[in-house]
Design a protein around this ligand. Structure first.
Ligand code: AMP
Ligand code: MG
Length: 304
């Protein structure tokens, strides 16, 4: 079904910034180079997600994961025990983490997994970089467990066919951002994880919205106050431009919302690092990824 030539072609496509669907043991993933902001933005566009939910970066082994995230002793224990497998670990980003900030949705954390599927592993090795891969379906639709499902939902450059997925549900997501916390039940049962740890996992909701980024009003918040839909910069503000509203920092000169999404979190961080009292942001049209950009900007501007 999938030949070594197919893997090489798929890896080349991903390195060029393209999207390729591939099988994992959980569900089919929509893969992109995790280190390219623009490739990550294309994933959100293809899935039609109204929000930037953070994405899981898939790596070939535990060592590759160590290059991206900070592992506590407990996180390390789960990685050593259950990888490759249907378990995703959310850990603090290393300062030199190469995964796009857009894939982390601006959070200080990164979600990592080593999948247990030969095609997935061969692809990741051939790419030689972390591969972000949410489920390969349009947002709000059922996750695909065959190449046929993927084809029915999305128009893609390439789909690697590996037959039906063995697990068939998404990975279990455990966060190590404070105490170990179950963010999403999935293909690896909670009690198996708790047995390995020797204690119980905290609940997702107990820690509040910090752990389920989509629900948080003020989720990624710069230190600076934010002024949205600003058609010009006022005294004392740094200005984030878009299209006709130009600035030193412009999300997209040509008014392309996919390019704007790719630049959003990086530019907000860069502006915020200059410690302004206010950041003003140009109007962004609410079409395509513009909706997710405006959703994030609204949260960033929410009172706190
Ligand atoms: P999917 O890619 O559709 O399998 O979904 C990925 C899951 O991982 C979602 O539930 C995300 O909210 C969760 N996730 C990914 N990255 C993070 C992160 N940095 N912090 C918290 N949750 C995350
Ligand atoms: Mg999904």
């Amino acid at each position: 079904m999938t030949t070594p030539d197919d893997i090489a072609t798929a890896a080349a496509l991903i390195l060029q910034g393209g999207l390729v669907a591939f099988p994992t043991e959980t569900v089919y993933g929509l893969g992109a180079d995790a280190t390219q902001d623009h490739a990550v933005a294309k994933i959100y566009a293809a899935k039609g997600r109204p929000q930037f939910n953070p994405l899981i970066a898939h790596v070939e082994d535990v060592e590759a994961a160590f290059a991206l995230g900070e592992f506590s002793a407990d996180a390390l224990k789960l990685a050593a025990r259950f990888w490759p497998g249907p378990l995703t670990l959310v850990v603090p980003r290393r300062v030199d983490c190469k995964v796009s900030l857009l894939a982390s949705a601006g959070l200080p954390s990164v979600a990592l997994r080593v999948p247990a599927h030969p095609i997935a592993l061969e692809l990741i090795r051939a790419v030689g970089r972390p591969v972000v891969a949410p489920s390969a379906n349009p947002s709000g639709r059922i996750s695909p467990t065959t190449a046929e499902h993927v084809r029915a939902g999305l128009k893609l450059d390439m789909i690697l066919d590996g037959g039906a997925c063995a697990v068939g549900v998404e990975s279990t997501v455990v966060s190590f951002m404070d105490r170990p916390r179950l963010l999403r039940p999935g293909g690896l049962a909670r009690d198996v994880i708790e047995d390995a740890l020797g204690f119980g996992l905290a609940e997702a909701d107990a820690g509040g919205a910090l752990y389920s980024p989509g629900q948080l009003e003020s989720h990624y918040a710069p230190h600076a106050a934010m002024r949205l839909n600003a058609e010009a910069r006022l005294e004392g503000e740094l200005y984030l431009g878009f299209g006709p509203y130009k600035s030193t920092y412009t999300l997209s000169q040509s008014g392309d919302v996919v390019e704007a999404a790719a630049n959003l979190f990086r530019m907000l961080h860069e502006l915020d690092n200059r410690n302004p009292s206010h950041i003003a942001v140009a109007p962004i049209p609410n079409i395509g990824l513009g909706e997710a950009i405006n959703d994030r900007l609204k949260r960033a501007a929410a009172p706190r």
